[in-house]
Design a protein around this ligand. Structure first.
Ligand SMILES: Cc1cc2nc3c(=O)[nH]c(=O)nc-3n(C[C@H](O)[C@H](O)[C@H](O)COP(=O)(O)O)c2cc1C
Length: 222
């Protein structure tokens, strides 16, 4: 089949687009309003952009009534946010925090999760999550949409602090992904969970390329 998004002529019962770029990691973003109210929401339009220094981005569409999402307002006003990794054990809390509620609601309470203090930013972390990035706001790129809801704020942040729970670090110094069981979006109401890992090494003579892929420390690089 072939269709043009502009015409939306796919003739399927559901728009397939969001199921064509999968699995999408879920950034469970915590922020704080200027009034000090903590906010929490999942964003699967999320990625790391680079690693030295690390930057991440998430893309927030508008609310169903065409307003900017609380997360974006808070990030821009406070200059910071925290990425919390979403896991299978936390899936129901992640889902609860996706409800569109008033900015006065403490969404940690709504989701039933615990606040843990951050080290370098004021925004709290989700204590139950195994991995957190403390981020400083860098920039918003706004793309126009075809409807009030589909305009999007692409928020970029610089990662200045990274927490990884010691329980999830293996004896050979890697993150134990299979123990963590991160979840990811597949479009529709569908999700996946990381339950298997396989390894592939780039062939050829370029040791530096391989070392970069593997994430070797610079002092160990050839
Ligand atoms: C798993 C999951 C992923 C989501 N990803 C996004 C996303 O990438 N962009 C977006 O605008 N909304 C996304 N949403 C919806 C937001 O979480 C929802 O609009 C939320 O109410 C926003 O909260 P806020 O206004 O406190 O920022 C997602 C929802 C779920 C359950």
């Amino acid at each position: 089949m072939f269709y043009e998004p502009k015409k939306n002529n796919h003739n399927l019962t559901h728009d397939p687009f969001k199921s064509c770029v999968i699995p999408r990691p879920i950034a469970w973003i915590s922020t704080m309003s200027l009034d000090g109210i903590p906010n929490l929401a999942p964003y699967s339009q999320f990625q790391n952009l680079t690693f030295d220094p690390p930057y991440v981005m998430f893309a927030a569409n508008q609310t169903t009534d065409g307003r900017r999402k609380d997360t974006v307002v808070n990030v821009e006003q406070s200059g910071e946010f925290v990425y919390n990794m979403a896991t299978y054990d936390l899936r129901e809390a992640v889902n609860l925090s996706a409800q569109q509620v008033s900015p006065e609601v403490d969404e940690f309470e709504l989701a039933g999760v615990t606040k843990a203090p951050s080290r370098l930013v004021k925004t709290p972390r989700v204590a139950e999550s195994p991995v957190h990035f403390e981020c400083l706001y860098y920039q918003t790129l706004r793309l126009p949409g075809n409807s009030p809801m589909s305009a999007v704020d692409i928020v970029i942040g610089k990662v200045i602090g990274i927490h990884i729970k010691d329980d999830f670090i293996t004896s050979d110094g890697k993150i134990d992904i299979l123990e963590i069981r991160p979840i990811a979006r597949l479009g529709y109401y569908d999700y996946t969970v990381v339950e298997s890992v396989f390894e592939m090494v780039i062939p050829g003579p370029d040791e530096k390329l391989r070392a970069g892929m593997e994430g070797k420390r610079y002092k160990d690089c050839p």
